[in-house]
Ligand binder design. Sequence first.
Ligand code: SAM
Ligand code: CA
Length: 258
Amino acid sequence: MATTTAEATKTSSTNVEDKQSQNLRHQEVGHKSLLQSDDLYQYILETSVYPREPESMKELREVTAKHPWNIMTTSADEGQFLNMLIKLVNAKNTMEIGVYTGYSLLATALALPEDGKILAMDVNRENYELGLPIIEKAGVAHKIDFREGPALPVLDQLVADEKNHGTYDFIFVDADKDNYINYHKRLIDLVKVGGVIGYDNTLWNGSVVAPPDAPMRKYVRYYRDFVLELNKALAADPRIEICMLPVGDGITICRRIS
Ligand code: SAM
Ligand code: CA
């Protein structure tokens, strides 16, 4: 249908206003939604995520929201995506690096079959224990093997035993971004061919495309170069197929092919 001149003028002036408000909103790198508008993100949450979110995940999300480091939690839409992905690949043996209060861990545990397993690692046990009663109440704690401490030595131990090679169906990495390349070097041996590794925060608050002088929080600026380096390395790795999705803060899905 043809657009009238009045409609066209209205649309273009609305677009200009939208653009201006977006520019303002996105001036500071670190804005939480990568979508073009907050309303669109809210629409996704209210239409497709919250109505289908399991009660236990809702409870954990609400408990986490009161914690001072709540900015670290996986968003509800990403939790829903992980839960779906794990079911799609029929994952049974999984790993998570970076647990915090356990929102992505619970999304994983709920998606796995009764005899599914998650090797979950975090340097901080206290935050995991904040969410643990909710995970227990959901009846999925038996799937979790939580290890307190840095993930790298655990991975080194696993890699040292050839029996562990190619045994993981799904791995979610959501921890110290300056170690992602080191994790990848080990995880590529541990994930099975056809299995999936998800690297989280690969759009790093949108900072991956920000000019060097853009206003940025200190931690965003610090980890930015590591994320840029990881993204290049994943794109150049012939052992995996990749797909970078603008879900949450960006997640790169890697499927091992050799
Ligand atoms: N996936 C979590 C969720 O859904 O809430 C969020 C994880 S949070 C972004 C990052 C976590 O990585 C923190 O809990 C932090 O303690 C943990 N971490 C940082 N360095 C680590 C390391 N070297 N090994 C294991 N965990 C680490
Ligand atoms: Ca994350």
